[in-house]
Design a protein around this ligand. Structure first.
Ligand SMILES: [Zn+2]
Length: 349
């Protein structure tokens, strides 16, 4: 069989042979269980012939000849005409799916847990007979206490049990479970956390990722403002880079500073919102409410705050190294970029 395996491995270099579409990624051609052999290839005449030739070569070299009465070809998505041609040339009969192997039905679709039950039952029986046969009562007690000394399969079972214990399920709870739910276990292991009020402002935002990133840092008060850098002892001067009047904090930059205040007020007007801007926290609370819907207006509002915060932050950094830009130019740039971004989403365009 090793000869056959080596021979089949060379097929990946044969450009005329095509692997079975499901196994092409792993270059799988054969599976062997005891004295049964499963060979796979794509459903075309050339691949069938090449596969058959390799098997014939193996038969000639090893004198192991397959019983023609037991050979079946299983087709999937192959035309009836081609199926007939292949069977005429190779002389084998056609098999029908699904068929049972080791008690498990083999089919082209994914197997359900119920269909795998006979196999699981056999494995559990084997484990049980193994523990009964080779271990004393004391030995089994040690096995329960020290799963590390058990076989790989037993260790896996213990590992699975530990997951249930972590999630707060007892053995009785698991036995009572009618259906195993990954969602239920995940939620139990994850625990409950309070939801952030601003999550919809950030998660449902259709703005550019860099805008959303800066918006999130701002909401979480993690922007490296001068006030924050001074707290870390990196700089001593904290005056706002934009207006040179007050300390540069998140609250001042958004939108107490005269430049950012003008930009945000104009952007509110541009959206058709009649509102006088307030302090950052109040503005954020209002945005969480106003921008949480599915309407186009709410989506534009979410994008606008992200774009405004990003560009004001950019301008603050620009001023430190380059020339200051007029407010109108920043405003025009924000609106321009929003128009371009909105073209990606047909609803907002
Ligand atoms: Zn300022």
């Amino acid at each position: 069989m090793e000869y056959l395996s080596r021979s089949l491995k060379t097929m990946k270099d044969n450009k005329q042979f095509k692997f079975h579409p499901k196994y092409a990624r792993v270059n799988l051609v054969q599976l062997g269980f005891a004295d049964d052999l499963l060979l796979f290839c794509r459903g075309d005449m050339r691949s069938f012939k090449i596969l058959h030739q390799h098997f014939q070569m193996f038969s000639a070299a090893s004198s192991l000849i397959a019983n023609p009465n037991k050979i079946c070809i299983y087709f999937g998505s192959v035309s009836n005409l081609l199926q007939q041609q292949i069977m005429d040339i190779l002389g084998y009969t056609k098999g029908e799916l699904p068929f049972r192997y080791l008690g498990v039905p083999l089919r082209t679709k994914r197997l359900s847990v119920i269909q795998c039950e006979p196999l699981i039952e056999r494995m559990l029986n084997m484990i049980q007979s193994w523990t009964t046969k080779f271990l004393s009562y004391a030995g089994r007690a040690v096995l329960v206490k020290k799963p590390k000394s058990a076989s790989c399969v037993i260790q896996r079972i213990f590992k699975a049990r530990s997951y249930f214990e972590d999630a707060g399920f007892t053995e009785e709870d698991v036995q009572k479970m009618e259906k195993y739910s990954v969602k239920q276990i995940y939620k139990a292991m994850h625990g409950e956390f309070s939801k952030m009020t601003w999550r919809k402002l950030v998660c449902n935002n259709q703005g550019l990722p860099k805008w959303i990133f800066i918006l999130r840092l701002t909401i979480e008060q993690r922007l490296a403002t001068k006030e924050r850098l001074a707290r870390w002892g990196i700089i001593s001067e904290q005056t706002c880079s934009l207006c040179q009047r007050e300390n540069e904090t998140v609250h001042h930059l958004f939108f107490d500073c005269e430049i950012s205040r003008d930009i945000w007020q104009h952007l509110l007007k541009w959206q058709g919102i009649q509102r006088t801007k307030k302090a950052w926290q109040e503005e954020l609370t209002w945005l969480e409410q106003f921008g949480k819907g599915k309407s186009g207006g709410a989506a534009v509002c979410r994008m606008t705050i992200a774009a405004a915060v990003y560009h004001i932050w950019q301008e603050k950094n620009n001023v430190m190294f380059k020339k200051k830009r007029p407010t109108n130019a920043i405003l025009r740039l924000i609106i321009q970029e929003m128009h371009v971004r909105a073209t990606i989403f047909p609803r907002l365009d």
